[in-house]
Write a protein that binds this ligand. Structure first.
Ligand code: 13P
Ligand code: SF4
Length: 358
């Protein structure tokens, strides 16, 4: 703790200089993976920058680096820890950088829901754990024949699940409902599961009729976008294309010109002709970075929305772990039991084999 305080008080130039030196010293034994939502001060040190699907893939491909530092929230570090080799070590600059969306699905509640659904005899269930969930939830899914998905492949994975049975989707209701709609499911075939309520607050017949059961949970960053924000842009800047992340509420996704995962948003902007303007509904760091990377296009936030949890990763935290690696006494290592590692990897590797991206 003392050590972290010391890092927090370093002057910016010292901090950045020491991060560069530590990186250099660690050479090929280190790879830093950064999520697009990270601020520029952190992302400048990432060897690879991507969305959650890209980071999972990149971690799984790592052969050389013994140490994988994940500049992202806890579930991203856990995902890297289950897909990388046993001899590799995953670290995070801040163990307290969690994801409130992931926290909506607690293992005890999920187990309870699963038991109730089995007893109610609602039909054959296929659990789908959005990657924004704890590794123990993914492990539970795997033990029950399930799979993971990210925002980049939710439609494909939900579509796959619907062919096997009734999809039990956790923990993001917006992504679940948006994916169901993309798969052509009518609203009456989708029911919400409220944790803590008997049968999730549903009648047995509703659950039997449903083709998809969606856990109630949301991301505060994306659920802050409203239909009125899209309407405002349509009036103020009618030429702007509105692109939103699929964690946004269904009314926002329907009103937008398109919905796309973070990397897909990047691609859409990159491929657009000069002069195009975009109102983007996702975390503001991505939007501002895109605007400065493409001066011939205009990219502005649909509304300013910040992920305070991603912001818990900062240069002092990064320096702390890099210097701990140089000293041979790594801190903030993501530890998982062999059992959780084995099961937690399964739904991710199933997902990675699905050809989900364009
Ligand atoms: P991506 O899958 O687009 O990286 O999104 C992750 C996330 O946390 C969105 O809020
Ligand atoms: Fe979690 Fe939302 Fe932050 Fe993504 S943006 S890490 S879903 S809280």
């Amino acid at each position: 703790m003392q050590l972290v305080k010391e890092y927090a008080h370093l002057k910016e130039e010292d901090l950045l200089g020491r991060i560069h030196r530590a990186k250099e010293e660690l050479g090929d034994s280190l790879i830093i993976l950064g999520h697009h939502y990270q601020r520029n001060e952190v992302i400048q040190f990432a060897d690879f920058c991507g969305d959650s699907l890209d980071l999972a893939r990149r971690a799984a491909e790592q052969k050389k680096a013994r140490h994988i530092v994940v500049c992202g929230v806890r579930f991203m570090a856990e995902t890297a820890a289950v897909v990388c080799g046993e001899e590799q070590v995953v670290l995070t600059p801040n163990l307290k950088a969690g994801c409130p969306l992931a926290d909506f699905a607690q293992l005890d509640d999920v187990k309870q829901a699963w038991e109730e659904l089995q007893e109610a005899d609602v039909g054959s269930l296929v659990p789908v754990a959005y990657v924004n969930s704890a590794v123990v939830i993914k492990a539970f899914c795997a033990q029950n024949g399930g799979i993971s998905c990210t925002s980049a492949n939710a439609k494909v994975i939900v579509g796959w699940g619907l062919k096997q049975g009734k999809v039990f989707f956790m923990p993001d209701e917006n992504l679940g409902i948006n994916a169901a709609r993309e798969c052509g499911l009518s609203q009456d075939k989708v029911v919400l599961w409220e944790p803590g309520k008997t049968l999730g607050g549903n009648e047995i017949e509703e659950l039997r009729r449903a083709e998809m059961i969606v856990w109630r949970g949301h991301c505060y960053v994306h659920s802050s976008f409203a239909f009125a924000d899209v309407e405002r842009v349509r009036v103020k800047d009618p030429k702007a294309k509105v692109i939103v992340h699929p964690e946004c509420p269904p009314a926002v996704v329907e009103a937008a010109d398109g919905s796309a995962s973070t990397s897909q948003i990047l691609r859409i902007v990159e491929e657009a002709p000069p002069g195009t303007s975009f109102a983007v509904g996702t975390e503001v760091n991505v939007v501002e970075r895109l605007n400065s990377e493409y001066p011939d296009k205009e990219v502005f936030p649909l509304k300013r929305s910040v992920c305070e949890d991603m912001a818990k990763i900062d240069p002092p935290g990064l320096l702390h772990i890099l210097e701990s690696l140089v000293a041979g006494t790594p801190v903030n290592v993501v530890h998982l039991s062999p059992e959780v590692r084995k099961w937690g990897a399964l739904p991710i590797s199933r997902m990675l084999y699905v050809k989900a991206r364009r």
